[in-house]
Write a protein that binds this ligand. Structure first.
Ligand SMILES: [Zn+2]
Length: 375
């Protein structure tokens, strides 16, 4: 069955008053400090043991750090979880530092779990401090979940919070945040659960004949220049696409499709891989900045499973690759192959949020492990 939980999780983003900037920056520095500590600890442990520390393993090392740094103790825990998730995601032994000063300063980010924030007469309390904000949503009507404080590039601070089951009475409810599932593919670069298909490839397709000609003629410089041009246009197209998506949705779930598993040739592999992972990286940081929920979802069987009745009646295997549309034998629904997959991805993402066991996504994004703590 298709879990319909789209209305139980919402993310709200509220602007904090500027007078708190100094305090929040101080917290952000503390967060960066914990992050750096995790980075160092993790690297050292790896060098000695050739094994990775889990977030849980790190906990004893940071005991009391929250108090010392003025952070909520669960914030420290949340940073560790985030660190580990990122390390896995990027498959790196060492991650980039979060920088507190200078030109390359990281934008402030302070994650929290549900139990770390409280709403009281127009203010949000965090780590013993009341923070004033423009309460555009009527926070008193919600039960606050996990989230983060985040800074934008202009130095403004936001309170990003997940809320559950808003009451139906009260001030005008915020516009429900719509979520979307995204299937990355070969035919269409991307298909959304709303049925939109985007072919990012079209932006540089016209360069391909030129590239082939140059390759045949053995013009190395020309080939190199054309490759660069293709890469540029693709990047540009993906920027536009990811920006549009982050402006349209409050939660974005993307299938974790892996190019090496799909592409037949070496060339196809490199081309596709670059596009997919580039897109996911862009989408992730844009979501982080905007406080939009972003998560990669396991896409196994999303093509074969009927998004209406969940029976696995869809096209299977290599023979099914060419099939664009199909009808479910069990419930009779007619599906577009990719839209159906995107709908399954959306359902999976939402189900994980509801269960409270999601893989944690991004720095600055509103987060879900915290939903566990918020239960
Ligand atoms: Zn069906």
């Amino acid at each position: 069955m298709k879990p319909d939980v789209s209305h139980t999780v919402r993310t709200l983003r509220l602007r904090l008053k500027d007078k708190h900037s100094a305090l929040l920056l101080e917290h952000a520095r503390a967060v960066n400090c914990v992050w750096s500590f995790c980075n160092e600890l993790s690297v050292k442990h790896f060098e000695r043991q050739r094994a990775f520390l889990s977030a849980h393993d790190m906990q004893p090392y940071t005991k009391g750090a929250g108090k010392e740094l003025g952070l909520h103790s669960q914030t420290v825990q949340t940073i560790q979880e985030e660190y580990v998730t990122r390390r896995k995601q990027f498959k790196k032994v060492k991650l980039r530092w979060r920088v507190s000063g200078g030109a390359r300063r990281s934008l402030g980010w302070i994650p929290f779990k549900a139990s770390a924030v409280r709403y009281k007469v127009g203010q949000v309390w965090y780590a013993g401090q009341p923070l004033s904000l423009w309460d555009s949503h009527g926070l008193s009507h919600y039960e606050l979940g996990a989230g983060s404080f985040s800074e934008d590039s202009r130095g403004r601070w936001y309170f990003n919070v997940t809320v559950k089951t808003p009451e139906l009475v009260g001030p005008p409810a915020p516009k429900p945040i719509t979520s979307v599932g995204i299937d990355l593919g070969l035919k269409a670069f991307l298909t959304t659960s709303d049925g939109e298909a985007v072919d990012a490839h079209r932006f540089y397709r016209d360069l391909e004949p030129q590239l082939a000609t140059a390759q045949r003629a053995g013009k190395k410089h020309r080939v190199k220049a054309l490759h660069a041009k293709v890469a540029n246009r693709r990047k540009d197209a993906l920027h536009k696409l990811s920006t549009r998506l982050v402006n349209s949705y409050g939660a974005i779930f993307v299938g974790d499709v892996n190019a090496s598993g799909l592409a037949q040739t070496r060339m196809a592999k490199s081309v596709l891989d670059a596009g997919w992972s580039q897109f996911r990286t862009m989408q992730q940081y844009k979501c982080d900045d905007a406080g939009v929920w972003f998560e990669e979802v396991n896409e196994a069987y999303t093509t074969q499973t009927c998004s209406c009745c969940a029976s696995r009646t869809g096209p299977k295997g290599a023979a099914g690759l060419g099939i664009r549309g199909w009808q479910c034998e069990a419930c009779g629904t007619v599906h577009d192959r990719d839209t159906n997959a995107a709908q399954n991805i959306l359902a999976r993402g939402l189900a994980r949020l509801a269960e409270g066991t999601p893989k944690w996504s991004a720095v600055g994004s509103i987060n879900s492990p915290a939903l566990q703590a918020g239960e």
